[in-house]
Every structure is written in structure tokens, then in C-alpha cells.
Design a protein around this ligand. Sequence first.
Ligand code: XUL
Ligand code: MN
Length: 344
Amino acid sequence: MSRFKFSVGPWNVHTGADSYGPATRNDIPFEEKVKKFSEMGFSAIQFHDDDAVPNLNDLNEEEIRAEARKLKELLDKYHMAAEFVAPRLWMDPHTIDGGFMSTSKEDRDFAMWRAKRSIDIANELGTDMLVIWLAREGTLCAESKSPVWATRQLIEAINEMLRYDSKIRVVIEPKPNEPIDRSICGTMGHVMAISAATIDPSRVGGNLESAHAILAGLDPSHEIGFALAMNKLWTVHLNDQNGIKFDQDKSFGVENLRQAFNQIKVLMENNYGSNGEYVGLDVKAMRTTTDEDSYKHLENSLKIVKALEDKAARFDYDFQKKCVENRDFEGLEMYVMNLLMGIE
Ligand code: XUL
Ligand code: MN
């Protein structure tokens, strides 16, 4: 049992294709994924706009809403909620040079059209959360655009989303690089600053992904803590990452168990989830994984979260206090290692 409610995206069960090679597993139909997610104990699905409404570029606004209503019926059938909708602003020919801060006005308009349609879809699916992962927002060539202009473009784009819908909450998922070279909004600190600069900071928060924090050279538990201190941690994407390289989206905790423990510990200490927040997973299966094991990385991540919840629940705060009073950080560190290794 867990104290948390979990969410997952359909892209987390995938065919194994990467930039260097084709699929290694068969595609699984969307409804089959939803059914399996529900059986595994997930209570919500995360959506990109076109996960929810495929080929939405070819549909008009009313057709998009109608498709979203059909999806809502399917989710209801499996008692699944929609956690958020995120515009997919990195696949389309219009977003080669970014979305909201593209150097082309036509392409910026396209990005805003997708953001507004994502808000419409969110409304139909019964969620007030729009996640923006700013995949290509930054520079490939440093001199191609001013970082001052680009930052202001992002703020103005978010203002337009806030004006479009008086209830929508915009949740920025920061990432320092990949696919863009230099991102404009790379960490939770950037998210807080952007939030403060908008017309309604109370509706702009963050989604911390463990791997993205590691890519920025930061400890995910501190990024989580920073956002919690500002009451701005509105969702998380737990996963893991082996150092500063391409984004790996490994199963939660498999690279750095102590860091994973501290993420769960800080979430628990601050009652994360008490305002309805989900623990989202954003994990990918390895390329070698078979069809049969298509969900194993998700099962493993859930098991690791739950096992670390048990560890965090047993954390001896009296012992910690004594260690801190005596400045015995060697003792405290070994206590944590023993707790994680099961040596009592
Ligand atoms: C990319 C990433 C995305 C977002 C949703 O690194 O994490 O899947 O979570 O757009
Ligand atoms: Mn993510």
C-alpha cells in the first residue's frame, strides 16, 4: 500500500525505437494500456494533446472537443482520471526552432494554437492542469535569439494561456537541455521566477522530473524541496538518470537509491498529495525489454517507491536529532546507509 496516488503517460509503454534504431517491441493499443495501468494501481493518466486527440492539427476546435469527450468516456469506463494535458511542441515541422520563442511569428502562433487546444482538451477531460515541457525553447545557435527576448516571450505566452482560461493552472516542467542545446527555463528556480513574472503567479507552478534535475547537475530532492517551500510543486515525474548525458528516464531509484530515498522522504515530510497531487512516473523501458515485459519498468518503479516509503516511515528522527546536535554527520550518514541496506 502507498499513501500516494500514481499517474503515468501512455508514452511510458513504448516500442523501444530510439534515435539510432527501429522498434524492438510491438505497439500496444491505447485502451489496452489504460486497462493495464488501472490494474497496476495507477489512478490517472498523463496526456500529450495528441495522445488524447490524435492528428489534432487536421481537426477544427469543435471536432477536437468532441474527440476529447469520447476519450473521457473511455477513462470513466476504467475509473481513471486525466492528470494533465501537455501540448506536444517538438514533433511538428512548425516547431523546428521552438514554439513560444520560435524566431517565426507563424510558428509562435501555431504553438499558441496547440496550447489553447490543450486547454480545451483538459477542460473536457476534467483536469485544470496544463503541463508545458519546453523541449525546443532555447537556442541551438547561441546568437540566433536573445535570451532576454526569449524569456519575455515565454512569460507572455503563459499570460495568454492564463487569460484564455480563468481556471487553468500552467505547470512548467523544467529541463536544462535536450533536445535544445541551451534551455531558457532549466530548473525549478527558473520556474519560480517565470511564475512570479506572470499576471497570475497563483496559477503557475512546477513539475519536477528527477532526471531533468540530474541533467542540471542538481539533486532532485532539493529541487523538490525548493518547489515545496514555495507551495509550487504541483506534480512530479519520478525516474532516474545515470549522470549528465542524454535523458534516460530510467526506473525510479535504480541509479541512486539514496537520492531516490530522499525524494520520497521530502515528499512524505511535506504531506505531498494532500491537495490531490499525484506521484507521476516518467520512465522508459530498456531497448532489450521483451513485449511480455512491456510494463516491468513501471512495476519496478512502483515497487521501489513503496519500499522507500516504508524506509522513510521508519526513519528515526530522534536519532537524527542527536546526530545533528553532536554534529555526528558520519554517524547519520551510516545510519541512512544501514537503513537502505537493511542492516539494523
Ligand atoms: C521529456 C519529458 C516529457 C514530459 C511531457 O523529457 O519528460 O515526456 O514529461 O511532455
Ligand atoms: Mn517528464
